[in-house]
Design a protein around this ligand. Structure first.
Ligand SMILES: CC(C)(COP(=O)(O)OP(=O)(O)OC[C@H]1O[C@@H](n2cnc3c(N)ncnc32)[C@H](O)[C@@H]1OP(=O)(O)O)[C@@H](O)C(=O)NCCC(=O)NCCS
Length: 229
């Protein structure tokens, strides 16, 4: 780690932070998926007020982390609420200076205060264990993401919070909505490319019709690979 960044304030996001949060996610992930996902989560019913956090220095947003409500659902369909961390992002010029850690620690503390029993995260296996996250698979808890189980972690927020709990974690529906929208766009893009190639080979098939919905890279709804932490 570099020298820790000083005078960082962690607080709940405000309306005026939204554009900066979008930008930080774009910069940190190098793609639009996570930024769009955060925007969608904010409008969804799994959003928890006070658990979309920003790291501020001199009035500038340098980092962001969101915890949304999820459920661990067992085989009998019984469910226990938990908080799910992610996406989280720190401005690339300010990474590895402890800002991410401050965001995670504050979020876990707030989750505890809100009486959640546990927190889950899908992400870097070198990073999350330092906060007390353990492999979820050890408790027979899995996620619906296609990622390997070595990336999926859980931690108790209170002693015994996960006693007798196992099952599959159901994340906010926005996670799959954003991934599905992306899949659709990719399919559209492929179809458009195939038809373009086809028209180049058979120019007489061109109709001259106007398409009001652009496909492929010009589609404003075009999104990127599945969001992960
Ligand atoms: C992951 C991330 C949020 C961590 O924030 P941060 O402020 O850099 O984190 P901290 O300074 O508290 O901790 C630094 C540790 O993060 C880990 N880390 C940072 N970037 C990492 C990466 N790309 N891959 C794996 N681990 C990473 C390292 O273990 C590092 O420890 P080290 O400096 O001792 O090697 C930030 O690096 C980031 O925005 N990355 C790009 C987006 C991303 O991957 N988000 C996480 C998934 S949602």
């Amino acid at each position: 780690m570099k020298l820790p960044e000083k005078d960082i304030l962690i607080r709940g996001e405000r309306e005026t932070d939204i554009a900066a949060i979008h930008e930080i996610n774009l910069l940190a992930f190098g793609q639009e998926d996570e930024a769009k996902l955060v925007d969608a989560l904010r409008k969804g019913k799994s959003y928890i007020k006070g658990l979309s956090l920003v790291a501020i220095k001199e009035d500038k947003v340098l980092g962001h982390a969101i915890f949304t409500k999820a459920f661990i659902v067992n085989k009998a369909g019984k469910r226990q609420a938990c908080i799910a961390l992610g996406p989280m992002a720190v401005h690339p010029e300010h990474q590895r200076q402890g800002i991410g850690s401050k965001l995670v620690e504050e979020g876990l503390e707030r989750g505890r205060e809100l009486a959640f029993n546990s927190a889950v995260v899908l992400g870097h296996k070198e990073y999350y264990p330092r906060f007390g996250f353990k492999l979820a698979a050890e408790r027979k808890i899995s996620s619906t993401f296609p990622a390997a189980e070595e990336y999926f972690f859980i931690m108790e927020l209170k002693n015994g919070g996960l006693k007798g709990i196992s099952g599959v974690v159901q994340y906010a529906r926005e996670f799959s909505l954003v991934a599905d929208a992306k899949k659709k766009d990719q399919q559209k893009e492929q179809t458009a490319e195939a038809s373009k190639e086809n028209q180049q080979e058979n120019p007489s098939q061109q109709t001259g019709e106007i398409n009001f919905v652009q496909s492929g890279s010009e589609n404003p709804l075009n999104s990127n690979p599945p969001p992960q932490n």
